[in-house]
Design a protein around this ligand. Structure first.
Ligand code: C5P
Length: 409
């Protein structure tokens, strides 16, 4: 269900040093199933070889507007009609200014003028003093108001050695933004509360109890829900992952008690709650204040139960659609159905964590969805991004089915 499969992307590369990243961006689009056609400005050719782009895309690179295509076709008319979306990456201050002023005096600016009915994404990249120039700001605002999309720029070290805002956005974020533009906004005005990752329960200042969760499934859900127009609150245990800042409120926690506090705070006004976190079931009552010294004797640690957050939400729920996860190694359906009843869930996502390509840490998952009506569906091995969309599709179906009901009994 990859949203980019078969999409035709026209990538316009303008003449900033970040142009050296364009071949990698093209590769990412192709990997996502897109058909890519590249256009390069005269100055961009100094940074990136047309041959590289041609080899990657398998299409003749557009270099100027006066070399007609096969059949005498005019490049800017043909390419702008061909594409589903145009990406300008990197977009220099120059091309931003020209587009805002309605100038079409070379290949890229003419392509942009001709692509007036297509979505266009600009990924600006320039020195921060250029980016912060009030004229550039004014041009960016003009383009935003006219419906052009933007991603970045990011802050950090720039090619010229200076620090500041102006770096080309992370390439995977550019691809994510394009997915976002193509996605139907079927979660608009819906608030989705998601928990993700493991929790860490301290034993002493340097040790803790945790479990094997990377947070990848919960983060994929957050990104998919955001793409689909939802307001997303992501309560995350410690992970090394990141999510786009725009549209996702990320709240970082460490322990189950901290997670419980945050989830409880945001639960009352949420419409959909997905507990994808692998919450530790036990913690030490009081962590040792100093690092424990090892000795030759056996050592016993007394643990107390953590609250079952999902169970409490099941008791408190009014209109929320409540979704739990079950990481199982045996009796999948039986255990999952019991969990739906015990925790008053609308849907449970079952992971067979005994398989090497599903569940913890990996990028793929083999899920089974069981709803509160007992309807079961098994999905083949798929990326966690696709699994996230399948879960959200199912949640939307359940919400349509139960519209008007006060909530499950
Ligand atoms: O009962 P079990 O731990 O298998 O249930 C898993 C589901 O319950 C997951 O959705 C997990 O996020 C949630 N859970 C919780 N609080 C806990 C343990 C699990 O909310 N203490």
């Amino acid at each position: 269900m990859d949203r980019l499969k078969g999409k035709k992307i026209l990538i316009a590369i303008t003449g900033g040093i970040a142009a050296y990243k364009a071949p990698e961006l093209i590769r990412l689009f192709i990997k996502s199933g897109c058909d890519v056609w590249a256009a390069v400005s005269e100055n961009a050719c100094r940074f990136v070889q047309p041959l590289t782009l041609e080899t990657l895309t398998g299409r003749p690179v557009l270099l100027d507007d006066f070399t007609l295509l096969d059949g005498g076709k005019i490049p800017h008319i043909e390419a702008s009609a061909w594409c589903d979306l145009m990406v300008v990456a990197p977009a220099t201050g120059n091309i931003i200014g020209k587009t805002a002023a309605g100038i079409a005096d070379d290949l890229i600016s003419t392509l942009l003028m001709a692509a007036s009915r297509k979505p266009v994404l600009f990924a600006p990249a320039m020195n921060s003093r250029m980016y912060l120039n009030p004229i550039v700001k004014r041009n960016l605002n003009t383009l935003r108001e006219s419906g052009y999309y933007f991603i970045g720029p990011d802050e950090g070290e720039m090619a010229c050695g200076e620090e500041g805002i102006g770096r080309l956005a992370d390439l995977s974020c550019i691809v994510e933004k394009v997915k976002d533009i193509f996605t139907e906004k079927d979660l608009r005005d819906i608030t989705i509360l998601i928990s993700a990752g493991p929790t860490q329960e301290p034993i002493d200042p340097v040790r803790f109890i945790t479990n094997r969760s990377s947070g990848k499934m919960g983060y994929a859900l957050a990104k998919a829900a955001k793409r689909r127009g939802g307001r997303v609150i992501l309560v995350s245990g410690p992970t090394s992952l990141s999510v786009p800042k725009e549209g996702i409120t990320l709240i970082r926690v460490k322990t189950a008690l901290e997670m419980e506090r945050e989830i409880e705070e945001h639960f009352p006004y949420s419409d959909i709650v997905i507990m994808a976190a692998a919450v530790a079931d036990y913690r030490t009552d009081t962590p040792f204040p100093q690092k424990l010294k090892k000795s030759d004797k056996a050592f016993q640690l007394e643990l107390v139960r953590n609250p079952d957050i999902l169970y409490t939400l099941g008791k408190e729920k009014t209109r929320q659609t409540l979704v739990g996860f079950a990481a199982e190694t045996e009796n999948f359906e039986e255990n999952a159905l019991q969990k739906i009843r015990d925790k008053n869930l609308d849907l449970i996502v079952v992971n067979n964590v005994s398989l090497p390509d599903a569940g913890f840490e990996v990028d793929t998952n083999r899920i089974m969805l069981i709803d509160r009506f007992g309807k079961t569906r098994k999905y083949p091995l798929q990326s966690k991004d696709d699994a996230a969309d399948a879960i959200l599709d199912k949640i939307i179906k359940i919400r349509k089915k139960t519209k008007g009901e006060k909530g499950p009994s």
